[in-house]
Design a protein around this ligand. Sequence first.
Ligand SMILES: [Zn+2]
Length: 156
Amino acid sequence: MKELKISAKIQVCDYNELNPAEKNLIDAAKEAVMRAYAPYSRFQVGAAALLANNEIVTGNNQENVAYPSGLCAERTTLFYANSRFPDTAVDTLAVAAYTNGDFTEEPVSPCGSCRQVILEAQNRYNHPVRMMLYGKKGVYIIEKITDLLPLSFGSF
Ligand SMILES: [Zn+2]
């Protein structure tokens, strides 16, 4: 028997260390937070996707009284991006979350379903989707979604 080890490389930096374009994308995700519809969880999430054509598309979580009918910020954003620019790769996806009157201290990372959808975007365009996860204490930068979804389900 042999053992497989899975590791993920995540860079952690301060918001102030980011370049202006990176700050702009985080800021867009933070703005999108404020338009979230989250009356049930009161946990607002915003996402901003920088596309290969330099467009920035934003989205946020959209909840429903029938809970499973709602959708996360990441998927809302990617589906909206794909519907507007179906031939354009997603370069970077920034995510921020807000609850109890402030942004979260720690970065919030995508749920499993969103990771699968982000992987689809990465595979669809054969272009790594870089993630930037904002927290007040620091920003996590992940160079490709496969770092967050090892042994992923894909087409065979
Ligand atoms: Zn999700």
